[in-house]
Design a protein around this ligand. Structure first.
Ligand SMILES: NC(=O)c1ccc[n+]([C@@H]2O[C@H](COP(=O)([O-])OP(=O)(O)OC[C@H]3O[C@@H](n4cnc5c(N)ncnc54)[C@H](O)[C@@H]3O)[C@@H](O)[C@H]2O)c1
Length: 440
């Protein structure tokens, strides 16, 4: 198949290179010239494990190319994927669809012959209808079919998620489009990833319902963690105890500082807005959004309390800035609210992140960025682990303590066993492990 990917960000680039790796001919388009220049020179504008090698291999084999010119490749394509951003619209929280609609207009002017236009961006129900309307308005004779194919990959594990998905959802009732989508994904369903064909609106809703459910699951265990702290119970054990039940499942039951990232915050908000607009409010998700927003700032207060209650003029070290490990993505990262809370409480913040520093720097004015955890810990009254990068799981605790002014470790990801840390003379605070920590 001849495939064009419009938008070469996290989703577009990963999907594009994986399709090329299946053997398809793929052109990745982006209107950001600096991204395309970098990609053509073999530089990957994002951090995603394994991506660099896979891009290099498929470029070398002649199946993958990059361009800012949308018209040429779209004219040759069997399928054109829209993988542009759909951020929260400033002011009201609805999804901003301007990039999707702009892409639809450009596609309409360039298509030749039967082409399947596939929306991979996360978009509210009805967006596919509007994309189709725009294309018909711009180019009434165009032979296109618009379908929905939401993406479920996770940053940090994007390639394996794309190549081994739990399911592939395709929203179309058109037989020709179905045949093209079957052909594109054939290598995957041969590997037994189920294809779920449905109508377009249902496919669009599946993506939002999935993200909202996962965000709710995280928020649920976070509230259980708070209760554990009051009751002297252990949230890790509770998560294990309930997660062993297949009806619940063990994933997304890790208590922490609240969800962030490029998807959950904006998608939960967009679903809430859609539901309200259709007089079918989703109160569970409204509450999830509110609880999660408050939680991030509450984590700053937790650190302040752990450090003795007054951190004016003191230094706090923050380890991990990205919203999760193995990505450089800083969108809606909990570290942003937490650091703001610490600065508001009068602290100086020294921070270290293995991959996110470049993205974080413009977002965190006044923060001192360090080259490793020990440099960040220098003179600190507390070290807070905010993102669970693997390298923080095996810190040299003696060396860390040596560097610090006071031995306080706040582990917002529960990556340490309390005894292991306290043995090194630290005061240790984690999430939802109540024994000995009630009220912390
Ligand atoms: N990031 C994730 O983990 C993830 C997972 C699943 C779904 N999604 C969804 O996928 C979509 C894309 O997300 P992302 O994280 O890849 O975004 P991103 O911001 O990393 O990438 C979007 C790219 O599209 C480009 N673009 C915008 N308009 C364009 C146009 N008209 N022509 C060409 N290029 C254009 C931008 O320059 C940018 O490079 C969003 O709807 C998101 O919700 C993201």
């Amino acid at each position: 198949m001849n495939i064009v990917m419009i938008g070469s960000g996290y989703v577009g680039l990963v999907s594009g290179v994986c399709f090329a790796d299946f053997g398809h001919q793929v052109t990745c388009v982006d209107k950001d010239e600096s991204k395309i220049v970098a990609l053509k020179a073999g530089r990957i504008p994002i951090y995603e494990p394994g991506l660099q090698e896979l891009v290099a291999k498929n470029v070398r084999d002649g199946r993958l190319s990059f361009t800012t010119d949308l018209a040429g490749p779209v004219g040759e394509a069997d399928a054109v994927f829209i993988a542009v951003g759909t951020p929260s619209r400033r002011g009201d929280g609805h999804a901003d669809l301007s990039y999707v609609y702009a892409a639809a207009r450009e596609i309409a002017r360039a298509v030749k012959g039967f082409t399947v236009v596939v929306d991979k961006s996360t978009v509210p129900v009805g967006t596919g209808d509007e994309v189709e309307r725009i294309i018909r308005e711009e180019s009434p004779k165009a032979d296109v079919c618009v379908c929905s194919n939401p993406e479920f990959l996770r940053e940090g594990a994007a390639i394996s998620d794309f190549k081994r998905p739990d399911r592939i959802v395709v929203g179309t009732t058109d037989e020709r489009a179905r045949a093209v989508m079957n052909e594109i994904y054939r290598p995957l369903f041969l590997n037994t990833s189920p294809m779920i064909f449905t109508d377009r609106r249902t496919a669009e809703l599946i993506k939002y319902a999935a993200n909202a459910f996962l965000a709710m699951k995280i928020t649920f265990i976070n509230e259980v963690a708070d209760l554990c702290e009051k009751l002297g119970a252990d949230v890790q054990q509770v998560a294990r105890g309930i997660g062993a039940d297949n009806r619940i499942g063990a994933k997304f039951l890790h208590a922490g500082p609240g969800y962030g990232g490029s998807c959950f915050p904006k998608d939960t908000l967009a679903l809430v807005k859609t539901a309200q607009d259709h007089d079918s409010p989703m109160r569970l998700i409204e509450t999830t959004v509110a609880v999660n927003d408050q939680r991030k700032r509450a984590m700053a207060r937790k650190i302040v309390r752990a450090a003795g209650g007054d951190i004016h003029g003191k230094t706090v070290a923050v380890l991990g800035l990205t919203f999760k490990p193995n990505t450089d993505d800083m969108r809606e990262a909990p570290s942003l609210s937490i650091i703001q809370g610490l600065v508001d409480a009068g602290a100086r913040v020294r921070a270290y992140d293995p991959e996110g520093t470049e993205q974080a720097r413009p977002l965190l004015e006044g923060v001192t960025f360090c080259r490793n955890p020990y440099e960040a810990a220098e003179g600190a009254c507390a070290v807070a682990i905010v993102t669970e990068w693997d390298q923080f799981r095996a810190l040299d605790l003696a060396r860390l303590r040596e560097a610090m002014a006071e031995a306080v470790l706040v582990d917002l990801r529960n990556i340490y066993e309390p005894e292991e840390v306290t043995r090194h003379g630290f005061t240790y605070t984690s999430i939802g492990r109540g024994s000995g920590m009630a009220g912390v």
